[in-house]
Design a protein around this ligand. Structure first.
Ligand code: AMP
Ligand code: GLY
Length: 424
């Protein structure tokens, strides 16, 4: 059974899912690949199923009808809404954490309390579900604060405030005006940390933690980390700031105590855990947990994976990670996100994208994040449109190749950072 061929479904339709589907499509264990809803990029390597990723009934019905053996969940929303629990009730095999374990991402207040109980290093924080209490607290602070909507807000529910009055405005926006909807019912107000940021991904089953290669995300919209936070404007893997010793430390001081804390809550984590960290003068501290692969980090990490991704994720879902060995390409990967002008605020969609069929060479991958197909034209369909990843022997070579590829693609109002992997 362990080596039988598998019909596989990837849930989601962004750049991360295109990267996952691309790796899975190269697996010798793959029979047939489906993506749901997928995108014009995944359509080239899989059958796209036109079903909403949040419609669990329709997904379960499709999995049964297509005799899908294994499902991989990309985005957080279906995980936080309990798709894994539903699949398990139906006796279907799926990769991802249960609803209760996914609270590590879906409820920042829960994650903060768990870290505090488990003595996991993180920014000092207070949690509020009343606007007035939050304002009173902020008024007593004289240092930079970060205000976060506790619920899911597509990576945008975090406001970094240099001055206390900015934190008052932020809490007013998030809690009072509900800028991020019900995600802002509860807020976390925490100290602002300083230092380089890294993203660590680990595959986790009941017995084993398998830390993957690291990445650095570029969260701010503009060069030199200027402008608002976004879902991520680029990534480099591996992060230049990480040594084996540091990864050991992160595993022992952060990942293991967090998983133990979850166990005390009665849940076992299975799937990929994303740990967003700041390397402060006092050591690594957690900024956030995500219960799924990071985006765009995955678009930089997976092209470096030499082992079979499908085999690894299936082993993780079946509790067989213990035997897994992971091999990496030692090249550096640089991913540059091409976004629609105006993102992360308002932007136009529907612009035709030129140059997608250029000769990019073997070291370049073009991942679709938000595109729509109107044959023979592909058009923009969202904020982050494409992820352009290149591999090179060092950061400079990978960066040069990535920006050469970006230069071959055009769409109206395209915007991207020009400093991804610069000065490394
Ligand atoms: P989060 O979604 O919680 O990871 O926050 C998004 C981004 O905001 C992070 O990747 C950091 O760049 C920044 N951030 C979050 N929390 C803090 C903090 N306590 N201090 C400084 N920056 C932060
Ligand atoms: N790149 C950050 C995230 O996936 O949330």
């Amino acid at each position: 059974m362990a080596d039988s061929l598998l019909n596989v479904l990837v849930i989601g339709g962004g750049g991360r899912e295109h990267a996952i589907a691309t790796s899975v499509s190269n697996s010798p264990r793959l029979k047939e690949l489906f993506c749901l809803p997928g995108n014009p990029g995944t359509a080239l390597i899989a059958t796209n199923l036109d079903i909403d990723a949040n419609n669990h009934d329709a997904i379960v019905a499709a999995v049964k009808a297509k005799q899908i053996d294994f499902t991989i969940v990309g985005p957080e929303a279906p995980l936080c809404a309990g798709i894994v629990d539903r699949f398990e009730e139906e006796g279907l095999c799926i990769f991802g954490p249960s609803k209760s374990a996914a609270r590590l991402e879906g409820d920042k207040a829960f994650a903060k309390k768990l870290m505090s109980q488990a003595l996991v290093p993180t920014a000092e924080a207070r949690i509020f579900d009343k606007l007035e209490r939050a304002k009173e607290y902020i008024a007593t602070r004289d240092t930079a604060q970060v205000v976060k909507a506790a619920g899911l807000a597509a990576g945008k529910g975090v406001i970094i405030c240099d001055e206390p009055y900015e934190a008052l405005l932020a809490v007013e926006q998030i809690m009072g005006k509900r800028q991020f909807g019900d995600a802002g019912q509860t807020v976390v107000v925490e100290e602002r940390l300083k230092g380089p940021e890294i993203s660590v991904l680990a595959l986790i089953d009941d017995r084993t933690i398998c830390v993957l290669e690291t990445a650095q995300d570029y969260k701010r919209l503009g060069d030199n980390d200027d402008g608002p936070n976004t879902g991520g404007m680029g990534a480099v893997s591996p992060s230049p700031h990480v040594s084996d010793e540091l990864l050991e430390r992160i595993q022992h001081e952060i990942i293991i105590p967090t998983l133990d804390g979850l166990r005390r809550e009665g849940c076992v984590y299975r799937g990929v855990l994303y740990v967003g960290l700041m390397l402060t003068a006092a050591g690594p501290k957690v900024l956030e947990f995500n219960c799924r692969f990071g985006d765009p980090e995955t678009q930089a990490v997976l092209p470096r994976l030499k082992s079979d991704l499908l085999e690894l994720l299936h082993a993780c879902a079946c509790g067989r990670l213990e035997d897994a060995e992971i091999e990496w390409d030692h090249q550096i990967a640089v991913c540059v996100v091409m976004a629609s002008g105006g993102y992360p605020g308002k932007y136009m969609i529907g612009h035709s994208i030129d140059g997608l069929n250029s000769d990019f060479g073997d070291d370049v991958r073009i991942y679709h994040a938000a595109t729509q197909s109107h044959p023979p034209i592909t058009r923009t369909a969202g904020g982050r449109v494409l992820g352009v990843t290149a591999l090179g022997k060092d950061a400079s070579e990978a960066r040069t190749k990535a920006y050469e590829a970006v230069g071959k693609i055009q769409f109206k109002s395209a915007t991207f950072r020009t400093d991804i992997a610069a000065n490394m």
